[in-house]
Design a protein around this ligand. Structure first.
Ligand SMILES: [Zn+2]
Length: 422
């Protein structure tokens, strides 16, 4: 859920990033289908059974889609199925499938036998998932799915105005922007992307039969931001999976840089000496102020234990979290705490701990966010956070083989890039 929120927040921000200093037009590259991992087997003879296991020569098949205000009852009744049969179907469906969840636009099929009696109904709950309901003899209800086929594609480009625009210009789903933003959320400042930054991605396209249903996983990606190249590789091992750099370090960080699911405006930077807006005297500001509307959820930037949740003078409602023996964070001026937030309670990264307010000494609603390393305040905006747990060394050999192969694919993109530029 958090990842999703983060992604959507980042996407919104990306959509509004514009760099106005240069007016160069978007450079586009042709889509590249690199490797087809899996192909539908070609069947030499006409299949006796259709996708749903029905012998098509025995039936007359009607294909249609669910319309507004249509229910199973309405559809089956129109095809001559009696109320009693429909009632029995609904009884038998309990615990297997919710027949009340029919949504306009979903596809369905009706199979009729030689006597033109409807005997089977196939309801497509999604492009892949379907339910077959048969009442020719006894009522039989079964859920099935059409296997997806995956092909591998790649995209690369140079950012002219925004990552979202650069990807859109190549006809690739905006979902890819969200996924890239998730992978790099901890390591690249997506809000600081600028004209001339380069990106590459090797990703999956999902198809059901001949229909494209969306992008799948990003297998590898590269970001060149301000001349610094970062590659990320997807790797699954045991029951864990994630993105790692070439050395097997996690692309995630132990702490989130910003304790929100979006990136609010910084209204006051970390500083060893600033003029206090209310006290009007110079004193250090050992935090970053984020201007945000009252009530905006504040997230725990890392796993940890609440050590303080109370009203304390100029700090207003403050929450402190001890993450480990080295790091702790503090969140000031909250309007209120999230329920259950009190000293001793364990929280997880991304969990809502309270809401933005202006309690204590504050001129407007904002969060003063403070990060301490060994009790010394440090600047959370510029600090290079340590990575989350890296790859299990047992899998390193296997991982490096994969990295080598993905590197070759990414390098290949490099070459085609240069070709396109010339
Ligand atoms: Zn502050």
């Amino acid at each position: 859920m958090l990842k999703k929120l983060l992604g959507i927040g980042l996407l919104l921000a990306l959509l509004i990033i514009t760099i106005t200093t240069f007016g160069k037009s978007e450079k586009t590259y042709p889509d590249e289908e690199m490797v087809t991992v899996q192909k539908l087997n070609e069947i030499p003879e006409l299949p006796a059974l259709d996708t749903y296991g029905m012998n098509v020569s025995d039936y007359d098949v009607t294909e249609d889609q669910i319309r507004r205000n249509e229910s199973l009852y309405v559809i089956l009744n129109r095809h001559g199925v009696g109320p009693e049969t429909i009632h029995n179907i609904q009884q038998q469906a309990r615990g297997k499938v919710n027949l009340n969840r029919m949504i306009p636009g979903q596809k369905y099929r009706i199979y009729k036998n030689d006597e033109e009696e409807a005997t089977t109904f196939v309801w497509h709950r999604s492009a892949t998932d379907y339910t077959t309901i048969s009442w020719e003899d006894d009522i039989a209800i079964e859920n099935g799915s059409i296997p997806e086929t995956i092909s591998v594609a790649s995209v690369s480009g140079t950012i002219r105005s925004s990552l979202a625009n650069a990807i859109q210009a190549q006809g690739v789903s905006q979902r890819l922007v969200v996924e890239l933003a998730n992978i790099y959320a901890w390591t690249v400042d997506f809000y600081g992307l600028r004209q001339g930054d380069n990106f590459k991605a090797i990703y999956e396209n999902r198809h059901v039969e001949d229909t494209y249903v969306g992008i799948g996983r990003i297998k590898a990606a590269e970001f060149e931001h301000r001349g610094h190249v970062r590659r990320a590789y997807y790797f699954e091992y045991g029951d864990q999976a994630g993105y790692f750099d070439a050395e097997g370090n996690s692309m995630r960080r132990a702490m989130m840089r910003v304790p929100f699911d979006y990136n609010p405006r910084i209204s006051s930077q970390f500083s060893h000496n600033r003029r206090h807006p209310i006290l009007n005297q110079n004193r250090p500001h050992y935090g970053t102020d984020y201007a945000a509307p009252t009530g905006t959820p504040i997230l725990a930037s890392g796993d940890g234990v609440i050590t303080e949740a109370q009203y304390r003078g100029g700090n207003g409602n403050i929450v402190q979290i001890r993450h480990n023996s080295v790091y702790r964070t503090a969140y000031l001026h909250m309007s209120r705490f999230a329920s259950g937030i009190r000293p001793g309670v364990r929280v997880q990264q991304g969990q809502v701990i309270g809401y933005v307010g202006q309690t204590g000494l504050a001129t407007g609603p904002h969060l003063c966010y403070r990060l301490y390393k060994n009790n010394t305040p440090i600047n959370s905006v510029t600090y290079d956070f340590p990575p989350s747990e890296g790859l299990n060394p047992d899998y390193m050999d296997q991982f490096l083989v994969r990295v080598e192969r993905l590197d070759a694919m990414l390098d290949e993109l490099d070459a085609s890039d240069r070709l396109a530029m010339n």
